[in-house]
Structures are given as structure tokens and as C-alpha cells.
Design a protein around this ligand. Structure first.
Ligand code: ADP
Length: 656
């Protein structure tokens, strides 16, 4: 069987072999049972044949014995005849005695040497001496020739079959006649075949041609069993005994047994099939489980987050490799440990214990908590812990699962980033302060020169003496505005330097740009420049520091105007446009000035880069810082005709 199993494993592979083996074994068992049944059947038939042969031999012996005895009696009668000549009465007495002792002998006849019947018992018509004429004459001749008893051939049909035995009678050495015993074949069978034989076999006496001369039973055979033919000698002459076994429903038991085996085999195959299906499902489930387990293990092993499970008493039931790595203790050392845990900080045991009991009570903060742990090396580190209840397959709460993060590095990085940010801010503020201080002069230059020119204009009028107060109102108002503007610039820069944070508030970009244009209008007029202001129909709203954005717009407008200083007056047009939509508001300043040559373009935003005599080279740099601080973008493009376009975008207020 082991070899069989091995062969199956080779043929189908291990798992298939496990499934196929029971079926194959079952088939083998059924096959063996069939072979066994067949062998039993064969054995039964052999046994039957052996019994048949023994029994028929016994019967033949028995008949033989009786025939021999009968013929001996005839011999005694022949001896009497030979000695005494035996008259009619004496023969009748003696032959009746012979017949009485031999029931199978139906008649005793005494024939003369020349053939005719001399005496007969029971008496019969003269001439009848048993067999047919040629038959008895052959018997007589043979008996006379060999000088001792002989048997004649059988005669008569079925039911009346008989044969004769001839015993020669010699008187004074002369053949005097023959004593003939007529034997009935039927009577032979009736008297010398016992009941048990007749019960088991059908016994027939057949002649050389196979014709049945006598039979013990007339019962027809439903299914003839094995039969055996034996020469019936004496009398011989081609006679045979044929015994055939009766079979009374012989196969019933075997058939029932075979049917039971087949039914059992079918049942076994069916249950094996069910088992196979079950095993397959189980194997599939096991495979899925193994895959799941492998996946989970790989996941756990690859995690950098420490995992720790505790039961309801706080005993550690599981730790993952990351946790062991974090703490420095092995899994074996940690699993099963009860508080106080080896990684608790000794000087903070009380607080740690409090937290521990809070977790077991279910009062752990849902957003996690931070705690200081110590590694096996003694090093302290900050751990961030999230606790979650551990629920088993039956929905029972069996403990707590914690994810533990070593946040020391993160905290250190955060702290460093904060320090760097502070440093950066300080530096940025210093730079901005520097930028502002340098730009202050630049920015204040404009309003102050405007103030000076308005003041000069007013003074001129007053000096001329024809100044009407209402004529002075407009320039003085403008003068006041410029003075206010200068004051605002100084205040703004002061504020900026003081708190560095821009005063961001929602403002309409249309209004901001309109305001800025208002400041440059006078200057533009003086330079002969036409300003085309195209505002968006729906003003975009932005979160911005209004003054700073105005500053940017002022600076860009002023640069554009200065770029157009040398071009013919007709060309001096400054197109300013505000457009919203798409999440970003865009402001563009398109001039028709000299444009920006490539060598200038590369260092346009470099601090202190200027092509102007009294320029500072800080304007564009500051503008870009302001726009970027507002999460916008500032850039320039060449104008389609001549000149350049400066653009900046600002994020639009959500929902505006
Ligand atoms: P400043 O105006 O003090 O020179 P800016 O930073 O504002 O400083 O400008 C730097 C340089 O960029 C200017 O000197 C000028 O050469 C160039 N520039 C700025 N705007 C324009 C413009 N619209 N057309 C041509 N050149 C410009």
C-alpha cells in the first residue's frame, strides 16, 4: 500500500494523492472482494464436484455390492440346479427366496442348454426369459463359453429399463442350462440409492447413446449444476450412472452478498467523495489561511510601528519584531511579562502605572498619548501610543492592542524645523527690513516729490497774487493725499518690520488696482502717458494686504511708465487689466516701451539691479516677495508689439 501511495504521489503530487488514495484503495478493496467472491464460488463448485464424485462412487459401490450379492445368490441357485436337478416346486421356493432377498431382481428364469425357458419365477409365458432373443442368446452363449456368470445388455425404455445376469449351470461337466436373473434398473435405484443422495443429486442410468433408462428422481432441474458420469459396471455394456447436482436457488446468498458489497462500495465511494470535497474545501481554506498568515506576518515584520497586545490583566501576549527592536528586549523576554514592564522608566513608574490602569479600564485617550520609555540600553525615548480593544472571533473583549511609535526623531526634527523656521523668519525679517529701508527712500521719493511740486505750484500761485482759494483746494488736497500716502508707506513698513505678518484681509482686486492707478495718474499725465484701465466686470476678491498689493501695482505701473519715457508720445499707452476666474485673479501691466533685452531679463529680479540712473533695483525683487508671500506669482512677457507685459496672479477667495 505504501508503494501504491508513493506511486500515486509521483503521478498526481502529494495533495492529489491524498485525495485519490482513498478512492483507489476503495476500488482495490472492491476488486479484491469480487476476486474473493469468485474464488469462493470456484471453491464451492470444486467442493461440490468432489462431493459429487465421492457420493456417486459410493452409490456405485453400493449397487455393485448388491449386484454381486444378487449374482452370488443366483450362483447358489445354479449350484442347486446343477446338483439336484430341481423340480418345479423347489425352483419356485428357491427363486422366490432369491427375489425376496433381492428386491431389484424382478424375475428368475431357468433356461435349458438349448435355450427355451424351463422354469420362471414369477411364472410367465414360455419363451420370455428377460431380454430380447438375440440379447439372451448372446448372454447364454457367453456364459456357457466362459463358464461363469455374465451380464447382458440393457433393454426396455425409461421406467421399464432392465438387464439380465446369466449364471451357467453345469451338470457332470456338461453345460445344462443357465439361470437368468432379471434386474430392474428402476428398482436398483429405488432400493440402493439412499434418500440423502436423492435429495442432493438427480441420478440417472443412461445407455451408450445417452438415452435415460432409469432415474431416481423425475424432478426437472431448474438450473443444472455440475454433473458426473460413471461407468455402471457391472452390468457394463455401455451403461453409465449420471449424477447431477440440484441447486436450490444456489446463487441467492452469493448474489445477496455481492449486492451488499456493491451497495456498500457505492456508499463508501459516495462518502469518500463527500470526504474528498470536504478535504478540498478544507485544503483551500487552509491555503487561504496560510496565505493570510504569511501576509499578516510579512506585514507585521515590515512594520516600523511597534505592536503590543495585552490581556485584560495587563500581561503582554504578543509583541511584533518592530516593538522588540524599539525596546531592545526579545519576544521571549517580553511575552508573559506583567507590570511594571522592563521598559518603563523607573523614575516615572507611578505615572506610567496610572496610564496603564487607565488603558485597562478603557480610558485611554482615543487620539493616543505620549510617554517616555527606556530601551534595554538605558536610553530614553518618546513613544506615541494608540490603544484599541482586542476583540476575538466570538466578539469577546480579550485585551488591548497598542501601536507604539518612537517619536523621538520626529520630535527632534520638528524642534529643529521650528528653530530653523524661527531663524529663517528672523533672517527674512532682517532682509525684508533691509529691503524696506532701502525701498523707503525709493517709495517715499514719489509722494515727497509730488508734495514738493504741489507745494511749489501753490506757492507760485500765491506769489503771483492771483490765487483764488478754490483754485488752491485741488492741489492742496492732492498734496494732502500724497502726504498721507507717504505716511501710510512709513506706517506700513513700520508695521511690517514690527510684526512681519502682512495684514491680510479680503479685498476687491478691482478697488486695489483702481486705487493704485489713482496715485500714478498725475505722474502719467505729466509724462504724456495714457492709462487704459480694464477692470473685471465681477471684481475678483482676494485675501491680501491691500497696501502691499497697491505697492506692487504702483511699482509695476511706474516701471512701465519709465520704460515708455523715450518712445513717441503716440505710443505711450499703458494697458492695465484685472481678470478673475479659474481660482486665480490676474493683473497685467502692458507697456509699449523699450522692452527688456535678454541680458537685462536674466537679472531683472536680482536685488540692486537697475538700468536707471536714480534707480535702486529693489522694486521688482520686493514685488515678487510680496506676491509670493500672498501665494501668487509674478513674471513678465514681451508685449506683442513693442514693450513688455508684467503680470501677477493672486489666489481668488473661495466662493467669491
Ligand atoms: P528700479 O526701477 O529701481 O530700477 P526695479 O527692480 O523696479 O528697479 O527694476 C529693475 C530694472 O528692470 C529696471 O532698472 C529696468 O531696467 C527693468 N524694467 C523694469 N520694468 C520694466 C519695463 N516695464 N520695461 C522695461 N524694463 C523694465
Amino acid at each position: 500500500m505504501a508503494f501504491f501511495g508513493e506511486a500515486l504521489s509521483k503521478r498526481f503530487g502529494n495533495r492529489e494523492a491524498i485525495q485519490v488514495m482513498p478512492l483507489a484503495a476503495m476500488a482495490l478493496v472492491v476488486m479484491l472482494l469480487v476476486v474473493l467472491l469468485w474464488l469462493l464460488h470456484r471453491n464451492e463448485i470444486d467442493e461440490e464436484n468432489r462431493g459429487l464424485i465421492q457420493d456417486i462412487l459410493w452409490v456405485e459401490q453400493n449397487i455393485h455390492f448388491h449386484l454381486t450379492t444378487d449374482v452370488e445368490r443366483l450362483q447358489q441357485l445354479a449350484d442347486l440346479v446343477s446338483r439336484d436337478g430341481m423340480d418345479s416346486d423347489e425352483f419356485a421356493i428357491q427363486s422366490r427366496a432369491v427375489i425376496a432377498n433381492s428386491p431389484e431382481m424382478t424375475r428368475v428364469v431357468l433356461r435349458r442348454a438349448d435355450g427355451p425357458v424351463f422354469r420362471s419365477m414369477p411364472p410367465s409365458e414360455v419363451g420370455s426369459g428377460g431380454g430380447t432373443d438375440p440379447e439372451w442368446s448372446r448372454g447364454v452363449t457367453l456364459a456357457r463359453t466362459i463358464g461363469r456368470q455374465v451380464y447382458g445388455g440393457a433393454y426396455g425404455g425409461k421406467g421399464g429399463g432392465a438387464f439380465d445376469a446369466y449364471v451357467p449351470v453345469f451338470r457332470d461337466g456338461q453345460f445344462a442350462g443357465v439361470v437368468v436373473g432379471v434386474f430392474s434398473l428402476d428398482a436398483l435405484l429405488v432400493h440402493h440409492v439412499p434418500w440423502w443422495f436423492a435429495q442432493k443429486y438427480k441420478l440417472e442410468i443412461v445407455d451408450a447413446n445417452g438415452a435415460v433408462l432409469a432415474a431416481k428422481s423425475q424432478m426437472p432441474l431448474s438450473e443444472p449444476g455440475s454433473s458426473y458420469q460413471l461407468r455402471f459396471e457391472p452390468p457394463g455394456q455401455g451403461l453409465s450412472l449420471v449424477a447431477t447436482v440440484y441447486r436450490s436457488d444456489p446463487h441467492l446468498a452469493r448474489n445477496v452478498l455481492a449486492a451488499a458489497i456493491v451497495a456498500l462500495a457505492l456508499l463508501a465511494v459516495r462518502s469518500l467523495w463527500a470526504v474528498r470535497r470536504h478535504v478540498r474545501r478544507r485544503l483551500a481554506a487552509e491555503q487561504a489561511l496560510r496565505a493570510e498568515h504569511a501576509f499578516r506576518k510579512a506585514m507585521e515584520d515590515s512594520l516600523t510601528v511597534g505592536l503590543r497586545a495585552r490581556d485584560l490583566e495587563g500581561r503582554i501576549t504578543y509583541v511584533n519584531p518592530a516593538f522588540c527592536h524599539m525596546m531592545g528586549w526579545s519576544q521571549e523576554e517580553l511575552v508573559g511579562a506583567l507590570p511594571p514592564m522592563p521598559y518603563w522608566v523607573p523614575e516615572d513608574l507611578e505615572r506610567t502605572m496610572e496610564l496603564h490602569t487607565a488603558v485597562l479600564r478603557g480610558d485611554a485617550p482615543p487620539d493616543g498619548f505620549e510617554i517616555v520609555f527606556r530601551r534595554k540600553t538605558g536610553e530614553r525615548f518618546n513613544a506615541l501610543i494608540y490603544e484599541a480593544p482586542l476583540i476575538d472571533a466570538d466578539g469577546r473583549h480579550t485585551g488591548w492592542m497598542a501601536s507604539v511609535l518612537d517619536v523621538t526623531e520626529r520630535k527632534r526634527a520638528e524642534e529643529m524645523a521650528r528653530q530653523q523656521q524661527d531663524k529663517l523668519q528672523r533672517t527674512a525679517r532682517l532682509i525684508t527690513m533691509g529691503e524696506m529701508a532701502s525701498t523707503l527712500a525709493h517709495e517715499l521719493n514719489q509722494p515727497l516729490s509730488a508734495i514738493a511740486s504741489y507745494a511749489a505750484g501753490c506757492l507760485n500761485r500765491l506769489a503771483a497774487g492771483d490765487a483764488r482759494p478754490e483754485e488752491l483746494t485741488a492741489p492742496l488736497t492732492k498734496l494732502g493725499e500724497q502726504a498721507q500716502r507717504a505716511g501710510q508707506i512709513i506706517r506700513r513698513i513700520h508695521d511690517f518690520v514690527r510684526k512681519s505678518e502682512p495684514a491680510v484681509a479680503p479685498c476687491s482686486l478691482n478697488q486695489v488696482i483702481e486705487g493704485a492707478v489713482g496715485f500714478v495718474e498725475a505722474d502719467a499725465r505729466k509724462r504724456g502717458i495714457r492709462i487704459n484701465l480694464s477692470l473685471d466686470v465681477v471684481s475678483p476678491w482676494v485675501d491680501a494686504d491691500r497696501i502691499l498689493i497697491e505697492q506692487v501695482a504702483l511699482n509695476l505701473a511706474r516701471n512701465a511708465m519709465e520704460a515708455m519715457g523715450q518712445v513717441p508720445r503716440s505710443q505711450r499707452v499703458l494697458d492695465i487689466a484685472v481678470r478673475g476666474g479659474g481660482g486665480h485673479a490676474e493683473v497685467r501691466f502692458a507697456d509699449h516701451g523699450t522692452g527688456i533685452p535678454p541680458e537685462v531679463a536674466s537679472c531683472l529680479f536680482t536685488p540692486f539691479y537697475t538700468t536707471k540712473d536714480e534707480g535702486m533695483g529693489m522694486g521688482l525683487n520686493i514685488c515678487r516677495s510680496i506676491i509670493e508671500a500672498h501665494h501668487g506669482r509674478l513674471w513678465f512677457e514681451p508685449n506683442s508689439g513693442e514693450g513688455s507685459i508684467f503680470l501677477f496672479t493672486l489666489p481668488e477667495r473661495a466662493g467669491s
